[in-house]
Design a protein around this ligand. Structure first.
Ligand SMILES: Cc1cc2nc3c(=O)[nH]c(=O)nc-3n(C[C@H](O)[C@H](O)[C@H](O)COP(=O)(O)OP(=O)(O)OC[C@H]3O[C@@H](n4cnc5c(N)ncnc54)[C@H](O)[C@@H]3O)c2cc1C
Length: 375
């Protein structure tokens, strides 16, 4: 079977490796618009669940211990009100819930594994459209070249717009994530934090260099104000919002920002074409679910193709249906974190506090939530 994958981001490369691992496709080519030497972007610190790391390890994708920060506990609180929920690896008899790695380290590990597996990547190959041709799909490159395949995977990220019938629903959240790093005077190693503040959630994710990455969703106007602040004022705002659970926080990086837009593509499969990862959905980064969802797409897609008993089109339709529950659950959970907690006032603080405390006091429910998100 010949497979073309559009996009050599983390999801495109994981999909290529998974197809090879499951012996689904003997002819896989990844088409990447960027150049081979493009530096992996951003100061993102990507938190992946234990399930995602297990999947990557199976594919031969390994990140060195010095680039990987273990997450054993996630602590969820709200600013200025009661309520505490602690998701703990020991609750589910696991060594960790997941781990975080800087985006460039993760991308380099995927690049290395793809090269080691002998998968062909064509760089500077920008795709301009993808069309159905009988049972196949045909990719048109900007260069004028055309390539035909039994299956085409769109893993071309948030801007994906190559197939007209894949309709995008987008919703601007009105928020911007501000991103920076902090060190702590009383660090709590291997703990990630989610704290609900007026206007948006604040996440602190541990880093391999022993700092924490801060991702704080702010209403757009407030984010613009914060981007103008000097280091002292910014440090004091972050400390005031986070509280003193880790002592004094000190800023260790510049502030960057990222507009928060939700995206959902439906249908995501048609004929011999399927969309995976950010090409199929875009999530708020506060719950750290975007790439976890993209890797689960890659894994389940390869599984579906390995087991296929019907034709490719029927297999892709059934894959899209099966992914529905995980997709809706993770998008719903992320939406709850992003919007359910972004407004203040005791009328809302009290039920939220009770909700967090109730899950904390109900071990079976807590364990179920922990397993669903991490294992
Ligand atoms: C601030 C921030 C923090 C985040 N933190 C987390 C986290 O902690 N945990 C988590 O799970 N997720 C996180 N995410 C989400 C995660 O970064 C994304 O889900 C993931 O990077 C998406 O990967 P992808 O391969 O689908 O898309 P991309 O990484 O966007 O890759 C798409 C690729 O396709 C190529 N391409 C595009 N168009 C074409 C074309 N026409 N032809 C050929 N090639 C093309 C691009 O050059 C690119 O290489 C975060 C996101 C942000 C913004």
């Amino acid at each position: 079977m010949k497979t073309l994958i559009v996009g050599a981001g983390p999801v495109g490369l994981a999909t290529a490796l998974a197809l090879k691992y499951r012996c689904v496709s003997d002819d896989i080519t990844v088409l990447e618009a960027g150049s081979e030497n493009a530096v992996a972007f951003g100061d993102r610190n990507i938190a992946l669940s234990s399930a995602s790391w297990r999947f990557l390890a199976k594919l031969g994708v390994t990140v060195s211990a010095s680039e990987r920060a273990s997450i054993r506990e996630v602590e969820i609180t709200q600013r200025g009100a009661f309520g505490l929920l602690r998701l703990d690896a020991t609750d589910v008899a696991a060594a960790e819930l997941g781990a975080a790695s800087p985006y460039p380290a993760l991308k380099a590990a995927l690049d290395n594994a793809t090269h080691a597996a002998g998968i062909q990547i064509l760089y500077g190959a920008k795709v301009s459209s993808v069309q159905h041709v009988a049972q196949h799909a045909e990719v048109h490159l900007e260069s004028g070249e055309q390539m035909r395949a039994d299956c085409v995977v769109l893993a071309d990220g948030a801007g994906s717009d190559l197939v007209a019938e894949f309709k995008r629903t987008e919703r601007d959240s009105g928020q911007t994530a501000i991103i920076t790093r902090v060190s702590a005077s009383k660090p709590r190693r291997s703990v990630a934090f989610e704290r609900f503040t007026d206007g948006g959630a604040l996440a602190l994710i541990p880093r391999a260099d022993r700092d924490w990455t801060v991702v704080w969703a702010r209403p757009r106007v407030d984010a613009e104000r914060m981007l103008q602040l000097d280091t002292t004022s910014l440090t004091s705002e972050i400390n005031a919002a986070f509280g003193n659970t880790m002592g004094e926080l000190t800023l260790t990086a510049k502030l960057t920002s990222y507009p928060l837009v939700w995206r959902f593509v439906e249908p995501r499969a048609s004929g011999a074409i399927v969309a995976l990862g950010n090409a199929a959905q875009g999530l708020h980064p506060v719950a750290a679910q975007g790439l976890n969802l993209g890797l689960a797409d890659a894994q389940q897609f390869a599984d579906a193709m390995a087991k296929k008993s019907a034709g490719i089109a029927a297999t892709l339709t059934s894959f899209a249906r099966q992914r529905g529950v995980d997709r809706v659950t993770r998008i719903g959970f992320t939406g709850l974190l992003a919007y359910g907690f972004d407004r203040g006032g005791w009328l809302l603080d009290v039920p939220r506090g009770l909700g967090l405390t109730a899950v904390q006091m109900l071990p079976p429910l807590r364990r179920q939530l922990t397993r669903r998100l991490a294992l």
